[in-house]
Design a protein around this ligand. Structure first.
Ligand code: FES
Ligand code: FES
Length: 162
């Protein structure tokens, strides 16, 4: 019978934004907490911790997921993408530039998760309608912006902004 020692820590090795990391996590440690507290990658934010707000969104093996709904040990060996991996050498991506131009953030708490989701969304749907953008954003809670700037920024990058 599998015996889990309370408090036992397990080695977890992951690739984050192309760089190899390893650290230790208890079986119950959430991937979001592992990224922030063990790997010191604080770009991924944590809001609700139960899969509702979208602030903690990262990619695992190319798929956008809630990192608060994954245990760190489940991600062992995975390729993870976080908001820190979007800009290269200090150069913002076109989507990040559009967020800046369209005032798509205020406090910025929701922004890392939305940028990760929207980046992947545009990769799979480079020519979205406004309704499709709003449907994608329905998985994210932003308490500041009213979403208008975010929608415009995403449509800007797609070349569909009014
Ligand atoms: S913190 Fe993960 S969805 Fe809210
Ligand atoms: S900018 Fe503050 S929650 Fe979205």
């Amino acid at each position: 019978m599998l015996r889990i020692e309370p408090g036992a820590r397990h080695r977890v090795a992951v690739t984050v934004n192309g760089r190899r990391y390893s650290g230790f996590a208890e079986a119950r440690t959430l991937l979001s907490d592992f990224l922030r507290h063990e790997l010191k990658l604080f770009g991924t934010h944590v809001g609700c911790e139960h899969g509702v707000c979208g602030a903690c969104t990262v990619t695992i093996d190319g798929r956008a997921v809630r990192s608060c709904l994954h245990f760190a040990v489940q991600a062992d060996g995975a390729e993870i993408g976080t908001v820190e991996g979007l800009a290269r050498d200090g150069v913002l991506t076109p989507l990040q530039e559009a967020f800046r131009r369209r005032h798509a953030l205020q406090c910025g708490f929701c922004t890392p998760g939305i940028l990760v989701s929207a980046t992947q969304f545009l990769e799979t749907n480079p020519d979205p309608t406004e309704d499709e953008v709003r449907e994608m954003l329905s998985g994210h809670i932003c308490r500041c912006t009213g979403y208008e700037g975010i929608v415009r920024a995403i449509l800007d990058v797609a070349g569909n902004a009014p």
